[in-house]
Ligand binder design. Structure first.
Ligand SMILES: [Zn+2]
Length: 348
């Protein structure tokens, strides 16, 4: 998601925050420096995140501007991660708070957001949001408004036997059931066409995925003109038909979703990206109901972690949400083996 489309009040440049603020400044602000021992580039002491007592578990690299706990919590990361965990704030709000503390030149543009930060930090209830609104709007309003109209045609000549689909771990049965295949004509020519259906099962788009590494002039994914992917939640039409014995699994990509369905998790939906849109938030709330269970399984990268932390804080207002960190096993859910998924779902 390009930051250029964000409303001004939400703007935070994570890279700039991480490069301009030092971990030492933060530890000083929390009055933690005195609890740490310095040895060259490293600071070590008891972990202030899980509030441990072992004097060597928490380690900071000053030059790398990062930290790790080798004890109970096992957490670690950059300066924003630290403030996020310490304050119990979503990643983005932690970055905004840092901006407010240490970058007064930027804080002016975040006034609206910092009032939210303050109200959450003082444990006051979140400000009421209008129906359908979201705590964070990462896309311009235009991307989130209206409907994708159902298509008046179907691509009937897609080739389902392209080897790429097998390489992505999909069986012939899955490919056939979801109607994927190589497109031989039109703007998706040469792409694997992936049908996308809305909540009611109406076909609203074909997304194109180049089979393999695309040539330089072709994008990896191709969306039809005018199609707003943030209005759709891939596989929601089928997921809502499944009895809710297992939690609703939320992943980023179509292939993650199809692999999980194939492995026996039919209640899986894909965001078609790493962040939860306002519409997707509503679709998920509707699907699981009040107090329903949602498991977030986003990619083990920075975008996935931001996305999961934001989605968890928004969905937890009405659902029981767990954000599973798949990083211990794989980078993306589509690479997970069934035993690994089972192990992840058992973690508390
Ligand atoms: Zn710790």
């Amino acid at each position: 998601m390009s930051t250029a489309t964000m409303p001004r009040g939400d703007f935070v440049d994570f890279k700039e925050v991480k490069s301009r603020i030092t971990i030492t400044q933060i530890l000083e602000r929390y009055d933690l420096i005195r609890t740490l021992k310095r040895s060259g580039d490293r600071l070590s002491g008891p972990c202030p995140i899980h509030r441990g007592t072992n004097p060597t578990q928490f380690r900071v690299s000053v030059s790398k501007n990062c930290w790790n706990c080798f004890g109970n919590c096992g957490r670690g990361g950059n300066i924003i991660d630290f403030v996020s965990l310490r304050e119990g704030l979503p990643f983005r709000e932690a970055a905004l708070l840092l901006q407010e503390w240490f970058m007064p030149d930027k804080a002016g543009s975040t006034l609206a957001e910092s009032s939210v930060v303050h109200s959450r930090r003082s444990h006051a209830p979140s400000p009421p949001l209008p129906e359908g609104a979201s705590g964070q709007q990462d896309a311009s309003e235009d991307d989130e408004a209206g409907e994708n109209p159902p298509l008046s045609f179907e691509l009937k000549t897609l080739k389902a036997d392209h080897p790429y689909l097998g390489e992505r771990g999909l069986t012939g049965a899955t490919v056939q059931s979801y109607g994927l295949g190589l497109c031989g004509r039109g703007c998706l020519r040469g792409y694997i066409a992936i049908p996308v259906k809305n909540r009611d099962g109406k076909l609203v788009a074909y997304i194109g995925r180049w089979p393999g590494t695309p040539p330089e002039d072709k994008p990896k994914y191709k969306l039809p003109k005018g199609f707003k992917k943030r209005l759709e939640l891939f596989n929601i039409d089928r997921a809502v038909q499944v009895p809710d014995e297992q939690p609703l699994l939320v992943v980023e990509g179509v292939f993650d979703c199809l692999r999980l369905v194939q492995l026996g998790y039919p209640r899986t939906v894909a965001l078609l990206g790493s962040s939860l849109s306002a519409r997707q938030e509503i679709l998920i709330r509707d699907a699981v109901g009040e107090g329903g269970q949602v498991c977030l399984m986003l990619d083990a990268d920075e975008a996935g972690r931001h996305g999961a932390s934001d989605a968890a804080s928004r969905l937890s207002r009405s659902c029981s949400v767990r954000a599973l960190d798949i990083g211990e096993y794989r980078h993306q859910p589509e690479q997970l083996e069934k035993v690994e998924i089972e192990a992840l779902l058992r973690t508390r």
